[in-house]
Ligand binder design. Structure first.
Ligand code: KMH
Ligand code: ZN
Length: 313
């Protein structure tokens, strides 16, 4: 009996996100130049996709300013052909309108579609530094204790409608098991087209915990509800990132590393100096295990992306 050959593995790098703040690591990319450099270097190290949020220079405060976002996207595109996936999650505190504006404005090849409303508590992170470097950091983190990450069914329908209109492949960010059911609902409704790409995000405070059992459970549930031909990747947040990614890849997964998800290069808690360092490490682990790494163009083929010549930036 012939065994289906395993596809190449996609490495995504989540360059800076909107969770960590500059007081947690001096290496967190802030401002367009650092974000562009980290993205290009992550691609050189082996990332097929970069997941992009925008942050202001110097203070590193997350921003939804479209002109500034455009400079980041163009800066990356000018230097390499990496697949750019843009956040629609933005930062906690932004309105849905601010977050989704990137879809029509830039019409990227990929964008996140957050698969449900959740508590997304970052206030505990204030304990990881003594004194904040910038005024915005503590209030930004603390207000998440009494707010939520809004992604209602109406919001998801709106995001998917825009993504279908502009041929943007959604990367479903799934923070809890029930959100897989939500993706299945929108597929039944005809708004989700194959191939389906899921980014499991266990480990947020308010979502499903990160554990090996839960990783397996999420994969199995997604395959039951959405079919065995789905593709999936994992955000393995914090110091355990490389072990969680390795466990996930053994179950057919793709990988995501990056300083949005973990500031560290090892389980001992040594800080990563840039995203490329994390990409290089996961690529070595994958190659030691004889997995083949997908290039950006191979990821485009696997995920049936429209191509870099069809984006609006
Ligand atoms: N910024 C977080 C609230 C996304 O990129 O779409 C969630 C997030 C998801 O980063
Ligand atoms: Zn993100």
């Amino acid at each position: 009996m012939s065994k289906k050959r395993r596809e190449k593995t996609i490495i995504t790098a989540s360059i800076t996100g909107a969770i960590h703040t500059p007081s947690m690591s001096p290496y967190l990319p802030k401002g367009k130049d650092e974000i562009i450099q980290n993205a290009v270097d992550a691609w050189k190290a082996g990332a097929a996709i970069v997941h992009i949020h925008a942050r202001k220079p110097v203070t590193g405060e997350p921003t939804s300013d479209l002109d500034y976002f455009r400079e980041i996207l163009n800066g990356i595109k000018e230097q390499c052909n990496v697949v750019i996936g843009i956040t629609t999650g933005g930062a906690l505190g932004m309105t849905v309108e601010e977050r989704f504006a990137v879809l029509s404005e830039f019409q990227p090849e990929m964008a996140t579609c957050n698969a449900g409303t959740s508590n997304f508590v970052l206030s505990e992170l204030t304990k990881t530094f003594d004194k904040p470097q910038f005024d915005w950091e503590e209030p930004f983190l603390l207000r998440t204790y009494d707010s939520f990450f809004k992604n209602t069914f109406a919001d998801i329908e709106h995001a998917l409608t825009l993504m279908n209109e502009h041929r943007i492949r959604p990367e479903f960010e799934v923070f809890d098991l029930g959100q897989i059911n939500t993706v299945a609902y929108f597929r039944r409704k005809g708004l989700v087209k194959d191939p389906i790409y899921i980014q499991f995000v266990p480990g947020t405070l308010g979502g499903i915990p990160l554990s090996n059992d839960n990783i397996t459970f999420m994969i199995k549930t997604a395959q039951q509800l959405l079919g065995s031909d789905i593709r999936y990747s994992l955000v393995g947040s914090g110091r355990r990132m490389f072990r969680a990614e390795t466990f996930h890849v053994l179950q057919g997964g793709n990988v995501r590393v990056g300083m949005e998800d973990s500031l560290y290069i090892n389980i001992q808690g040594e800080l990563a100096r840039n995203n490329a360092e994390q990409v290089t490490k996961i690529k070595s682990i994958l190659e030691l295990l004889d997995y083949e790494i997908a290039s950006s163009d191979e990821a485009r083929e696997m995920l049936q992306l429209k191509g870099v010549d069809k984006v609006n930036f």
